[in-house]
Design a protein around this ligand. Structure first.
Ligand code: SOE
Length: 385
């Protein structure tokens, strides 16, 4: 395979992030089969054409079925809202296309399992885009945990705080509608934390949680551009959570706490974890995404304290492809890394994590938390085989 012809569905926030990644990855990384930006798909013909011209897509489609039917497309990238993921990914797999899908994998565990079954049956490569795994400092944390540098992991505490919904006059958009988004802060933000937890610590086995919608009505949306929208006529019902918190037990014996909210004034994209082990701790926070804080109990008495590792050395994951030491990376680089890794998997035939099983297992955790909220009791998490 000399190159990988990509068909992207969606052209808003994620469409931009993915397009930038397809443009950039082959310029910085050595890729035996670089991606070719063949076609982008969206329902509004004029808007998708403008997007294609700006971001360098060769052609456009307005129906994802047409996109999948094209013989010149090798891989489908699903960058549209959650309610569309299952139908597109399953049809793509059935047509023999490799599938790269935004998170969370699906709005229900049943859909996630069907998607997993479809890609397995078709024998295509599959990946769900939990991009934060691919920030160099997070990949470094994984290496350090695996090397035993913080010993046995005992506690994982994570928060993902945003504030874009604090204003009750902020208008409705698809992210506040359960039938489209599946859930609110839970599926949008806890999904990321769960993936980080599974990546760094291991499987989550039991959960208990609480969720709340503080602002139940908002002005209906007018014109929308990604996360921001202008108000339209009348009021709409918010049918998803604003905040979702839960406690968890891990298979390896560790304990976890998770908190996601869109109502934390002052917090913009405050995605943070702190991991306490028997020999040390690691702390990472996305807004300073190049830094990993490390505390080692082995440091000499009187010299102990958190040290800040700037994960910008050529020896750190992904960094050698970019700039000299100290020249920091940003949000968009995590997408470039994900697209690079997935395209490498497509050309080599190797698996690429997080795959659809990881995505489905994340949905199983999200699902168990929602059940625990309904039953006001601990729930065990189903294992997706
Ligand atoms: C909006 O809440 C959002 O863009 C999420 O959908 C992303 O997954 C997250 O990375 C940043 O915030």
């Amino acid at each position: 395979m000399a190159s990988i012809n990509v068909g992207l569905v969606g052209y808003k926030f994620m469409g931009k992030a993915h397009s930038n990644a397809y443009m950039t990855a082959p310029k910085f990384f050595d890729m035996p089969a670089p991606p070719v930006m063949k076609a982008v798909c969206g329902r509004d013909a004029a808007a998708v054409k403008e997007f294609a011209d700006t971001f360098g897509w060769e052609s456009t489609e307005t129906d994802w079925r047409q996109l999948i039917a094209r013989n010149d497309i090798d891989m489908i990238d699903v960058g549209s809202p959650g309610d569309t993921h299952a139908a597109i990914a399953i049809a793509a797999a059935e047509a023999g296309k490799h599938v790269f899908c935004e998170k969370p994998l699906a709005n229900s565990l049943a859909d996630a399992k069907e998607m997993l079954a479809a890609v397995r049956k078709a024998g295509v490569r599959h990946m769900v885009n939990f991009n934060y795994r691919r920030c160099p400092a997070v990949s470094l944390a994984k290496q350090m945990i695996e090397a035993g540098e913080i010993g046995e992991v005992r506690q994982f505490r994570a928060v993902y705080l945003q504030d874009w919904l604090v204003d009750p006059l902020f208008p409705m958009n698809w992210r506040m509608r359960k039938e489209i988004a599946g859930s609110g802060a839970h599926g949008d933000l806890n999904a990321h934390l769960i993936d980080l937890a599974r990546f760094l610590v291991g499987e989550v086995t039991d959960v208990v949680g609480m969720m709340k919608t503080f602002i139940t009505e908002r002005p209906e949306e007018g014109a929308s551009t990604g996360l921001s929208a202008t108000a339209g006529e009348g009021m709409g019902q918010v049918t998803v959570d604003d905040s979702a918190l839960f406690l968890a037990r891990f298979a390896g014996g560790a304990l976890g706490s998770f908190e996601a909210t869109r109502l934390a004034p002052g917090r913009k994209n405050y995605n943070r974890f702190e991991i306490s082990g028997s020999k040390g701790s690691l702390v990472w926070m996305f807004e300073d995404m190049n830094e990993l804080q490390y505390y080692s109990c082995d440091d000499a008495d009187g010299r102990q304290g958190f040290r800040k590792i700037l994960a910008t050395e050529g020896s750190h994951p992904y960094v050698a492809a970019w700039w000299p030491p100290g020249h920091i990376l940003g949000y968009e680089h995590s997408f470039v890394h994900a697209i690079h890794d997935f395209c490498q998997a497509v050309s080599s035939g190797d698996d690429c994590r997080p795959d659809f099983r990881d995505g489905a297992q994340c949905v199983a955790v999200l699902d168990a938390v929602e059940k625990s909220v309904e039953t006001k009791a601990w729930q065990s998490v189903e294992t997706v085989e």
